[in-house]
Design a binder for this molecule. Structure first.
Ligand SMILES: C[S@@+](CC[C@H](N)C(=O)[O-])C[C@H]1O[C@@H](n2cnc3c(N)ncnc32)[C@H](O)[C@@H]1O
Length: 202
């Protein structure tokens, strides 16, 4: 994907990570690109943005609420990525240039299934795939989805970090989260959606 973007841009590729957290995905993605690249991460957490800005000095990070208007010009981005973060489709479409690409990652129906009942995690919305495809079709263009389904055994500290990622952090009390001393077998079920912005979409 990154190489495809690079071939289609003149000058620096502009990559936007909407909901960039600590910035590691943006850093890894832009590191795979061989040409000039300008990377911007947006996140509502000022702690995450501060951390990211310190760790990845060649990238830019800003605090922004993704549900509002993004601090980005119209048609400025060659690639917009959104990884387990809020998905504001009209804003994604506005900032993507015609011919630019959108990449979304979101949980599939079996994501962390072993941990859900045991730790009271939020259920994944099974309808997300259809809804996202509809919204992407409406605002960006036709999409394709790849499902990544893997099993892993996590040590207790990693399992704890995975449980407390994202919206679960607000639903699980870290103070009483006891994952025990043993490794945990966990399913990672992740959908990755790609869409190219068709010229006629706004
Ligand atoms: C599960 S984390 C994913 C972070 C990163 N994309 C990753 O995969 O490591 C979700 C991120 O979305 C951010 N977020 C949640 N609501 C947001 C909002 N309304 N506007 C901007 N960022 C938001 C959180 O601060 C968090 O960094």
């Amino acid at each position: 994907m990154a190489q495809h973007i690079e071939r289609s841009v003149h000058g620096a590729a502009h990559v936007l990570d909407a909901g960039s957290g600590t910035g590691h995905h943006l850093a890894r993605l832009t590191a795979t690109m061989t040409g000039p690249v300008i990377g911007l991460g947006l996140d509502i957490s000022k702690h995450a943005v501060r951390y990211a800005a310190r760790h990845w000095p060649t990238l830019a990070f800003a605090v922004a609420d993704l549900w509002g208007e993004w601090p980005v010009h119209d048609a400025a981005a060659d690639l917009v990525v959104s990884i387990f973060a809020p998905k504001n489709f009209p804003e994604m479409a506005r900032v993507l240039r015609p011919g630019g690409w959108l990449a979304l990652a979101y949980p599939g129906p079996e994501h962390l299934i072993e941990l859900r009942d045991r730790f009271g995690l939020l259920r994944q919305h099974g309808e997300n795939s259809a809804r996202y495809a509809d919204m992407v079709m409406r605002f960006v263009g036709p999409s394709s989805v790849t499902r990544l389904h893997r099993h892993a055994v996590l040590d207790p500290a990693t399992a704890r970090a995975v449980i407390l990622m994202g919206p679960n952090a607000r639903h699980v009390d870290p103070a009483i989260l006891d994952v025990g001393p043993d490794p945990l077998a966990v399913t990672f079920d992740i959908n990755v959606l790609f869409a190219g912005k068709t010229k006629r979409k706004s």
